[in-house]
Ligand binder design. Structure first.
Ligand SMILES: NC(=O)c1ccc[n+]([C@@H]2O[C@H](COP(=O)([O-])OP(=O)(O)OC[C@H]3O[C@@H](n4cnc5c(N)ncnc54)[C@H](O)[C@@H]3O)[C@@H](O)[C@H]2O)c1
Ligand SMILES: O=C(O)[C@H](O)[C@H](O)COP(=O)(O)O
Length: 387
């Protein structure tokens, strides 16, 4: 490769210019485009492609272009045709592990919110986690510390590591009160997750709550509406939707859809910055150069004081809401019910693009006015930084 390096990148990758405009030993030409502008013509002299999830990276985009490396600043890589990329010796990377903490914080804010609403009682709940990778396994550990019974379903892991500790999907659907999806989107094959939760499996589910922060199409969204309609005690909380950025209105506006968010579980500032950092490191490995870029994140916020009560869960809820007001995201999305179709997809994309700053909890000191032992234990379990 000559020293000239043509990089085409999605303009909405966090910090893209500061990370990629200057790579030691290369004369970089960085072209920032909207995802809708990334097409074969735009790549006709590109060596490197950096995307988010909106760009489908496959034969029809890359065939005949000089692109030799493509990275997505996301964990999910279902928009990459990895078999075709491998077969054509185009090196690719995702940002596996980057925003795990952000998704966990979304999940904890959600579980604590559901508890405070009286929808679940955390210590009395059996949670079924489908997809026990980085996110699912970290979540499982915290859920156990919160006193939940945890069932794990992950057939690829069960095959590789042995069945012990894993449940079949049928068993999980039979025994869990609440299920949460943390699978990648896999369209074919033995481990297909496309419509993993379809009408038959939903009919077999004996619990009342469903969460999806994996990928929208892992649950059949029309079947979810029917399932919610089938019993008033059922509820769901969704961050990922089929047909993003145009989710089914009848789903996100359903009265039993308690929390609706526009695919922002991984979008804490620290999560987005880590997305970029992981893609940057992957490119540095490809170019065989030492990484030099350092993320410039704003200084951590001052300590938040939380006036405590006798109820440890209420204390936890107050602290978590001060760090991540999840209901504000949900109220915003719920307010889109009457928009026209183009307005809805614009609102969905725009909300994600201009997402309010949300910091990782480890950087945000919390001061409880008085904290009983149980409040402190729970706060430690969910990763709050107490001062
Ligand atoms: N909502 C968000 O903002 C957000 C953010 C980050 C990641 N995600 C999604 O979360 C997914 C999981 O992320 P991760 O980092 O934990 O990935 P991971 O690869 O570490 O874990 C995925 C797990 O799913 C398992 N799996 C595969 N097929 C399965 C099946 N048919 N049934 C059950 N389990 C199956 C795998 O064996 C693996 O252990 C990503 O692929 C992405 O789609 C969403
Ligand atoms: O997979 C991930 O990392 C997240 O789901 C990510 O937020 C999706 O990618 P985006 O649409 O933000 O590019």
């Amino acid at each position: 490769m000559s020293n000239r390096l043509n990089i085409v990148a999605d303009a909405h990758i966090w910090g893209v210019e500061s990370a990629f405009a200057d790579l030691p030993g290369f004369d970089v030409r960085l072209q920032l485009l909207e995802s809708s502008e990334i097409n074969r013509q735009a790549l006709k002299s590109a060596d490197i492609l950096l995307t988010r999830s909106a760009t489908k990276v496959n034969e029809s985009l890359l065939a005949g272009t000089p692109v030799r490396f493509a990275a997505t600043a996301t964990i999910g890589d279902d928009h990459y045709d990895t078999a075709w990329l491998d077969a054509n010796r185009i090196v690719w990377a995702n940002a596996a592990g980057s925003s795990t903490g952000s998704v966990i914080e979304y999940m904890l804010a959600l579980l604590i919110d559901l508890h405070l609403r009286g929808q679940i009682s955390i210590p009395d709940t059996t949670i079924g986690i489908i997809g026990v990778g980085r996110i699912g396994s970290a979540l499982a550990e915290i859920c156990r510390q919160l006193g939940m019974q945890v069932l794990l379903n992950d057939p690829p892991r069960a095959r590789a590591e042995g069945e012990e500790g894993f449940s079949s999907l049928e068993d999980l659907l039979n025994r869990a009160d609440l299920i949460t999806l943390h699978t990648p989107l896999i369209r074919d094959g033995e481990d297909r997750t496309f419509h993993l939760l379809g009408s038959e499996r939903l009919a077999a589910f004996r619990g009342t709550g469903i969460i999806n922060a994996g990928r929208g199409s892992c649950a059949d969204n029309s079947a979810l509406i029917d399932w919610l309609n089938g019993d008033a005690s059922r509820f769901a909380a969704l961050d990922c939707w089929e047909h993003e950025p145009s989710p089914l209105r009848a789903l996100f506006n359903h009265p039993q859809l308690l929390i609706a968010t526009p695919h922002i579980a991984g979008h804490s500032l620290d999560g987005k910055a880590a997305n970029t950092l992981f893609a940057y490191h992957a490119l540095c490995r490809f170019l065989n150069i030492e990484p030099q870029w350092r993320m410039a994140l704003p200084p951590p916020p001052r300590a938040t004081t939380v006036t405590t009560t006798m109820n440890p869960w209420a204390n936890l809820h107050a602290a978590v809401s001060s760090l991540y007001p999840l209901c504000e995201d949900s109220d915003s999305m719920k307010s889109w019910a009457d928009l026209t179709d183009p307005e809805l997809s614009h609102a969905f994309t725009g909300y994600r693009r201009h997402y309010p700053v949300r910091r990782a909890w480890q950087h945000c000191p919390i001061h409880f006015t008085t904290a009983d032992i149980e409040t402190r234990r729970l706060a430690d379990a969910i990763g709050l930084k107490l001062v």
